[in-house]
Write a protein that binds this ligand. Structure first.
Ligand SMILES: [Zn+2]
Length: 326
């Protein structure tokens, strides 16, 4: 076998028919080093290369647990092509149990793609992941869930790049994942938007949240990812269940707090909300109402912040609907 037939990510190197695991040190400027757990499963037979990340947001445990479960169980003998997985892509955020941001520079990693090799630590990490994980793959998957402070309904997200072949392939892979809703970008600065702009079909997949990783959520995420691997041509078999019927909701509206205070939502995730309906209250420490936000559009509550603490500018929830926003 020639050296070029190895799949190499830093010190992690797998010849055909091998699985390799290891910790990859990524230098991010100054004293900052991210140590990423990487798995390369290089199949016995040729085929596509699927790259996958979890833990881009460090406190999204269902996605981290599901990716570990699937990838560590893959046998190179059942794989055509390869799977290149970063099991926890934002280790500083994971260690700090940080929501939204990398505590090193307080940036949201999933708003920094494709990254900057001369930027802040988070921007450099985004650049490294783009260059060493996403680029060169035939498909890319980014596994998420609601953050420590978020409940959500399961959904996949894809980008509308305008490249019909890429967009159709992303749609096929998202459909295979089999989650309740499908959202369609744009989502600037995200992994999947960056991948799609490189011509790589890409899927965001979201299941679970609130800092938990119950077995049923992990199973739903894991089964979806295995079905995606089958649709990508990597696996011959995938589980038939559990999966959902998928409803396409191409129009998304995020609602953010205007005031800092105590958040009392009046809606549940998965609930349909009509434009104008009050979705909750932000109150002060003594219970006085500071704001009573109402839905700007008709839509389904895709995710909902469930922490009592709320800060001005932070998300309250997101709505997604079949009709465009006015
Ligand atoms: Zn996330």
């Amino acid at each position: 076998m020639s050296e070029s037939e190895r799949i190499v990510v830093g010190p992690v190197s797998a010849a055909r028919g091998e699985r390799a695991t290891g910790l990859v040190q990524v230098h991010l400027g100054g004293e900052h080093v991210a140590v990423l757990p990487v798995v390369v499963v290089h199949g016995t037979r040729p085929g596509p290369r699927v790259a996958v990340t979890a833990g881009i947001h460090g406190a999204e445990y269902t996605s981290i647990a599901a990716l570990r479960e699937v990838v560590l169980a893959l046998d190179p003998a059942e794989v055509s092509g390869a799977v290149v997985a970063v099991l926890t892509a934002n280790p500083s955020a994971f260690a700090a149990r940080s929501i939204y941001v990398n505590p090193v520079d307080h940036l949201n990693l999933n708003r920094q793609f494709p990254g900057d090799p001369a930027g802040t630590p988070t921007q450099r990490l985004a650049h490294w992941l783009t260059e060493h994980v996403i680029a060169g793959s035939d498909a890319f998957v980014d596994m998420h869930c609601g953050d420590m402070n978020e409940a959500l309904v399961s959904f996949a997200g894809i980008e509308n790049t305008g490249d019909a072949a890429v967009d159709a392939r992303s749609r096929e892979l998202a459909d295979a994942y089999g989650l309740r809703y499908l959202l369609i970008g744009p989502s600037p600065g995200t992994t999947t938007t960056s991948a799609a702009s490189l011509g790589i079909p890409a899927v965001l997949a979201e299941v679970g949240g609130q800092g938990r990783w119950p077995a049923e959520d992990v199973a739903l995420h894991a089964a979806g990812f295995r079905r995606l691997l089958k649709a990508a041509g990597v696996l011959a078999d995938a589980p038939e269940t559990p999966r959902h019927e998928t409803q396409v909701l191409p129009h998304e509206a995020w609602m953010r707090a205007a005031e800092t205070g105590y958040w009392h939502p009046a809606v549940e995730v998965g609930q349909g909300v009509a434009a104008g309906a009050v979705v909750g209250e932000v109150r002060d420490a003594f219970g006085a109402v500071l704001e009573r936000p109402s839905a700007p559009v008709d839509g389904v509550v895709i995710f909902l912040v469930t922490s009592l603490a709320m800060n001005a500018g932070d998300p309250l929830l997101a709505l997604a609907g079949e009709e465009p926003n006015p």
